[in-house]
Write a protein that binds this ligand. Structure first.
Ligand SMILES: [Ca+2]
Ligand SMILES: [Ca+2]
Ligand SMILES: [Ca+2]
Length: 467
């Protein structure tokens, strides 16, 4: 199993929507550095000497949140900067978006990004107190910068007091979504023709932003047949069994293209994919499965298959289409050989003392070579063994076993078996073939021949009841 490519280092703000911890009305709480405090604001730090951050509940003083039910005021008791420091990989493109609003009138704040201690102003935002302003942008991490500060600085506020005003909400700063797919087969194998195999695919978003319109597709592997009614989202959003029909839920089987399709993530529907949060929010990602039965054509081969997904990065101005490919899942299938047996006698009626000659053939209809082939044909007491010619192989009259050995795909072996009739009556005997490989059709492994033995000299029909 090949491993999927390693994901780039994820960058994502924590608590960017200020939803944690839940507050009533307005609360001024310790920042994330104050680990001794039971109730503090995770993710965010402030330059204020009292380490306090002000959170508002949506609707307090008539101000609605831009996203979720809470937002922040930039300064609590002091004029300060609100920030997070995030490990970054130089050269990485980071996306940011935010909502900003004035409190008493038009407030202005600056966004500073860079190494801690040497941040650079990216942009200023001025918004009034009647609506939230929405802004987006990008930032590419410079050479050598392995820690990046993302900071908001109060510039001015309508009331004249810089510690009042500048509401913030719905902030994202981080890397693009990056979906990884991991595929497994259960059981791992080797499997036999006719076995059912469960394919399970886990999608995780190792990026920062949500993976939008996430659609996973898996073409049913060559050498297998989709098992109807086996679509399931095992865990993650919209978990549960899904129908094969298209449009009624988050998955379907496309018989024409012979593929399964899953719409994944929050808000996924019968018509479009949803949004898969990053693994900081949803560590196990989301897992789907379906089942397939192994075809005879796959006998002795390897079944290999990869799943793919399409999704979008919507952090920028226009959606960026992205794809993900799983590891190649390989399942070994044991060889199979369909042996068939035919048996005939040279005459249907003989007299006591005459020789009966049987011709027994064993044929391998494949698809793989057969090994260790034997045909068991035990002569009944009323027949005395005379001779046997196997082509190939030899016949042991004591055990009744014809040891054929290997039989190539399409090959036939023949045994000519001669025996002397010693008693009148109807004699039926049977030849049965077996080999080391799985036989997908055991019903044709046996054949029988019947001979009537008359008394010598002939006087009557020995196969009719005696008088
Ligand atoms: Ca919020
Ligand atoms: Ca369906
Ligand atoms: Ca057979």
């Amino acid at each position: 199993m090949t491993a999927p490519p390693a994901a780039p280092l994820r960058v994502a703000l924590a608590n960017g929507s200020f939803e944690e911890p839940a507050v009533t009305g307005v609360e001024i709480l310790p920042d994330a550095s104050q680990t001794q405090a039971a109730k503090r604001v995770p993710g965010w730090l402030t330059t204020a000497s009292d380490h306090r951050i002000e959170l508002w509940r949506s609707g307090f003083n008539g101000v609605p949140a831009a996203e979720g039910v809470q937002f922040a005021e930039l300064n609590a008791n002091q004029v300060s900067t609100l920030y997070q420091d995030l490990p970054t990989t130089p050269g990485t493109k980071l996306y940011w978006r935010l909502y900003h609003r004035g409190r008493q009138g038009e407030d202005t704040m600056a966004l500073d990004i860079g190494a801690p201690g040497s941040t650079v102003e990216q942009r200023r935002f001025t918004d009034g107190n009647t609506a939230w302003g929405y802004y987006t942008g990008t930032y590419t991490v410079p050479d050598g910068q392995t820690l990046t500060r993302f900071a908001f600085r109060s510039v001015s506020a309508a009331g004249g007091n810089r510690s009042v005003g500048n509401f913030l909400d719905g902030i994202f700063f981080g890397t693009a979504p990056y979906v990884t797919l991991a595929k497994t087969a259960i059981p791992a194998g080797p499997l036999e023709v006719g076995d059912a195999v469960t394919y399970r695919i886990t999608a995780k978003n190792e990026g920062g932003g949500g993976a939008e319109n996430l659609i996973l597709t898996d073409v049913i592997p060559q050498g297998t047949t989709y098992l109807p009614g086996s679509l399931r989202i095992v865990d993650g959003p919209n978990a549960g069994a899904k129908s094969d029909a298209k449009g009624d839920d988050q998955a379907y089987y496309d018989a024409q293209a012979n593929k399964v399709v899953f719409h994944l993530g929050n808000g996924a529907s019968g018509v479009e994919g949803g949004s898969l949060p990053n693994t900081g929010t949803l560590p196990p990602g989301t897992t789907v499965e379906y089942r397939a039965v192994i075809d005879l054509a796959a006998a002795g081969k390897h079944i290999s298959n990869t799943a793919t997904a399409t999704y979008e990065n919507r952090l920028g101005d226009t959606p960026e289409p992205l794809t993900a490919t799983s590891n190649e899942q390989i399942t070994e299938v044991k060889p199979a050989a369909d042996l068939t047996v035919a048996k005939a006698a040279d005459a249907t009626t003989v007299t006591v003392g005459q020789t009966v000659t049987y011709r027994i053939t064993v044929h391998n209809t494949g698809p793989n070579p057969a090994t260790g082939v034997t045909v068991t044909d035990q002569l009944p007491d009323d027949l005395t063994f005379l001779s046997a010619d196997g082509t190939p192989g030899s016949y042991d009259p004591a055990t009744g076993q014809w040891t054929v050995g290997d039989l190539a795909d399409g090959a036939t072996a023949t045994l000519v078996l001669r025996a002397k009739a010693t008693k009148t009556g109807r004699i039926t005997n049977t030849a049965t073939a077996a080999g080391n490989e799985e036989d997908p059709d055991p019903t044709n492994n046996t054949d029988a021949a019947t001979v009537c033995v008359d008394p010598a000299p002939s006087c009557c029909d020995p196969c009719s009841p005696r008088k």
